[in-house]
Design a protein around this ligand. Structure first.
Ligand code: SAH
Length: 269
C-alpha cells in the first residue's frame, strides 16, 4: 500500500513544483463540462491529480473545452468504479458536501480541511472527494471519509457548482502549502498511518468478528458499524495498530468458533 511512500517528498516540495500530495476525486459526475472546469480549477492551483469515479460521460469534448488547456490533468485522470479503490492508498479522505448530513461525521470548514490535509500529507496521499451535481455524495461514500467539508454557503441556497466547490478547496490547499513551513507544519509520523484500503479491510474484519460473537443479537449491524467506523477513523490508526487489532479479531473469531463447536458437541453427547 503506502509502504513505498517517500516521506521526504513533502519536505522538498516547494510551491513551484507540481503538487502530487493531494488528489481531487469526482464521484458520478453527470456533466463532462464540470470535469473539465474542475481540471482547470486544480491546475491553476498547481495541482495535477483529478480522479473520476464512474463518470457519466468521459472522455468528452465538453470536458476538454472547459479544461481550457489543462488537458494533461484530464489525460492523467484515473477512473474507478467506486470510491474505495480511488482512495485506497490515501491516509486522509475528506468528503465535500453542501448539506449537513444526519450521520454525525465531523464537519470542517475548507480552511480547517486544507490545514488538516496538509498536515497529514507527510504520511501519504490525501484526497478531497466531491459528489454528483444533483444528488451529492451517498451516505456510504461519506462513511469512507475521515471527515466532511462544508463550504459555509447561504443556508437557503447552499449548493455551489461542482467545479466551483473544487476551486474553493484547491485554493485553500494552495494557501496552506504556501503558508507552511515544512519543518514545523507537517505531522510526519514515525509509524506509517493505515491507508483507506487497509482500513476498509479492517472494517470488514471487524464486522465479521461482531457477527462471529453474535454481538448484534438480531439488531441491525448498520448503525453500530457507522458508529465504530467514526470512532476508528477519528483515531488516525497506524498500520501497526491495525495489525494488532486484526490479530485480536482473529483470536476472537477462533475462540468463538471453538465455543460453538464445543457447544454443539456438548449438544451431540
Ligand atoms: N444537491 C447536492 C449538491 C451537489 S453539488 C447536495 O446536496 O449534496 C456537487 C458537489 O459539489 C457536492 O457533492 C459537493 O461535493 C460540492 N459542493 C457543492 N456545494 C458545496 C458546499 N457548500 N460545501 C461543500 N461542498 C459543496
Amino acid at each position: 500500500m503506502n509502504e513505498s511512500t517517500d516521506l521526504s517528498t513533502n519536505q522538498t516540495n516547494i510551491a513551484g513544483d507540481p503538487d502530487d500530495r493531494v488528489r481531487f476525486v469526482l464521484v458520478r459526475t453527470s456533466h463532462p463540462g464540470n470535469i473539465g472546469a474542475a481540471a482547470r480549477a486544480i491546475r491553476t492551483m498547481n495541482c495535477r491529480r483529478l480522479d473520476l469515479v464512474a463518470p457519466h460521460r468521459f472522455p468528452d469534448a465538453q470536458a476538454t473545452a472547459m479544461a481550457a488547456g489543462a488537458d494533461e490533468v484530464l489525460q492523467q485522470a484515473l477512473i474507478a468504479d467506486t470510491l474505495v479503490p480511488a482512495v485506497a492508498d490515501c491516509v486522509l479522505v475528506l468528503g465535500c458536501s453542501a448539506r449537513r448530513r444526519g450521520i454525525a461525521l465531523e464537519e470542517l470548514s475548507p480552511r480547517e480541511a486544507a490545514a488538516r490535509a496538509f498536515a497529514a500529507s507527510g504520511n501519504g496521499p490525501v484526497a478531497f472527494v466531491f459528489g454528483n451535481e444533483r444528488t451529492g455524495l451517498e451516505n456510504d461514500e461519506l462513511m469512507t471519509c475521515h471527515a466532511m467539508v462544508r463550504i459555509p454557503s447561504a443556508e437557503d441556497f447552499p449548493s455551489l457548482n461542482l467545479a466551483q466547490a473544487v476551486q474553493v478547496l484547491a485554493y485553500e490547499w494552495r494557501l496552506a502549502t504556501l503558508a507552511a513551513n515544512p519543518a514545523n507544519e507537517l505531522l510526519v509520523r514515525k509509524e506509517p498511518l493505515a491507508s483507506t484500503g487497509q482500513l476498509e479491510h479492517f472494517f470488514g474484519h471487524l464486522a465479521e468478528t461482531l457477527d462471529a460473537i453474535d454481538f448484534h443479537k438480531g439488531r441491525s449491524p448498520r448503525r453500530i458499524m457507522r458508529r465504530l467506523r467514526r470512532l476508528f477513523l477519528r483515531a488516525d490508526l497506524e498500520q501497526r495498530e491495525v495489525r494488532i487489532l486484526r490479530g485480536i479479531f482473529d483470536d476472537t473469531q477462533r475462540i468463538a468458533r471453538r465455543g460453538e463447536s464445543s457447544g454443539s458437541s456438548a449438544a451431540d453427547d
